[in-house]
Design a protein. Structure first.
Length: 302
C-alpha cells in the first residue's frame, strides 16, 4: 500500500502542474511533449544508476514467449524481460498519447466533467482484464470499497444532465478505451517480467510517447517557449514515478483493487490540492466523495 500511496501522490501532482500551466496559458501539447522528454531523461538516469543484469537461462525471447503467456505464474528470464519491456512499452506510449488527444477532443466536443469522469473510469479496463486473465478477484469487503471509490469519482465529476450525441460519445469512448489500455500496460509488463526491469519498460513507454507527441507538435506548428520546456521537464518527474510506483504496488496488490484506488485516490488528492493551492471551496458532494474514498481505502485493506 505504501507504493500505491506514492503513486497517488505523483499522479495528483501531475494534475496540479497541468493546472498551473493552464493558468499561465501555456501550449498544452508543448508541455505534454517535454513532459515525456523529462520522463525519458529520468528513466534513463535510473537505468544508468541501476542497470539490470541481462542474464538469460538459454531460451530465446520468441522460444520463451508462448510458455510465459500461456502460464499464470511464469515470467521472462533475464534479458528476455528487457525485450518484453520494449515490446509492451512502445505501443503503450502510443496509447498514453492517444488518451491525451481524446481527452482534449472530449473537452472540445463535450464537457470537462464528462472528460474527467471517463478518463478516471478508464481504470475499469485494467481492473476487468486482470479479473478475466489472471483471476484477481477482490474479496466481498474489497468489492464494497471499490464500488464506493468508483461512486466517489462520479460524484466529484458530476457527469449528469449532459446530452450525448455521436459527436460527443465517440471521443469519450476512445478516451475510456485508450486510457484504460495505457494503464493496463503497466500490469501486463509487471505480470510477466522479473522485478527490477521497470526502468527499461518506462524508458520505452516515454520514448515512444515523446517521439509521437513531438512529431505532432512540429507538424501542428504551435508555438512554444522556455516556459513550456521547463514546465514539461518538471512534469515528467512525477509522471515517470507515478507509473514506477504503480508497477511496484502491483507486485503486492491485486490489480482489481489497486487501479480503482489509484484513480479515486488521485481524484481525492487533486480535490484537496485545489483547496490548498488554488483557494477552491469544496461543495458538499465533494466532501462526501473524498470521505467515501478514504473509507474505501480502509475497506480494501481489511
Amino acid at each position: 500500500m505504501f507504493y500505491l500511496i506514492l503513486a497517488i501522490l505523483c499522479s495528483s501532482s501531475i494534475a496540479i502542474i497541468f493546472r498551473f500551466s493552464e493558468t499561465r496559458k501555456m501550449n498544452r501539447l508543448g508541455v505534454t511533449s517535454f513532459n515525456y522528454l523529462g520522463a525519458v531523461i529520468v528513466s534513463a538516469l535510473l537505468l544508468s544508476f541501476n542497470p539490470p543484469a541481462p542474464v538469460n537461462r538459454g531460451e530465446s525471447f520468441f522460444e520463451e514467449l508462448p510458455s510465459v503467456l500461456a502460464s499464470n505464474h511464469l515470467v521472462f528470464e533475464g534479458i528476455n524481460s528487457i525485450y518484453w519491456g520494449v515490446l509492451v512499452g512502445i505501443p503503450a506510449g502510443l496509447f498514453f498519447f492517444l488518451a491525451f488527444v481524446f481527452y482534449q477532443k472530449s473537452i472540445h466536443h463535450g464537457s470537462i466533467s464528462l472528460a474527467g469522469a471517463f478518463s478516471k473510469l478508464g481504470i475499469l479496463v485494467p481492473m476487468t482484464m486482470a479479473i478475466i486473465l489472471w483471476g484477481e478477484y477482490p474479496s466481498a469487503v474489497q468489492w464494497t470499497g471499490i464500488i464506493l471509490a468508483l461512486l466517489a469519482i462520479i460524484i466529484i465529476y458530476k457527469p449528469f444532465g449532459v446530452t450525448l450525441d455521436k459527436e460527443k460519445l465517440l471521443p469519450l469512448a476512445f478516451l475510456f478505451v485508450f486510457g484504460g489500455i495505457a494503464e493496463f500496460s503497466n500490469k501486463v509488463f509487471q505480470h510477466y517480467s522479473i522485478s527490477g526491469y521497470r526502468s527499461v519498460f518506462l524508458l520505452s513507454v516515454f520514448s515512444s510517447a515523446f517521439v509521437i507527441s513531438s512529431t505532432v507538435l512540429i507538424i501542428s506548428r504551435k508555438r512554444f517557449g522556455r516556459r513550456e520546456v521547463l514546465t514539461g521537464l518538471i512534469l515528467g518527474i512525477p509522471n515517470l514515478f507515478s507509473s514506477f510506483f504503480l508497477i511496484m504496488a502491483l507486485e503486492s496488490i491485486k490489480s482489481s483493487v489497486a487501479f480503482p484506488l489509484y484513480s479515486a485516490g488521485s481524484v481525492a488528492l487533486i480535490t484537496i490540492w485545489g483547496v490548498l493551492f488554488f483557494s477552491e471551496r469544496l461543495e458538499r458532494s465533494e466532501v462526501l466523495a473524498v470521505s467515501l474514498i478514504l473509507f474505501s481505502l480502509v475497506l480494501v485493506n481489511l
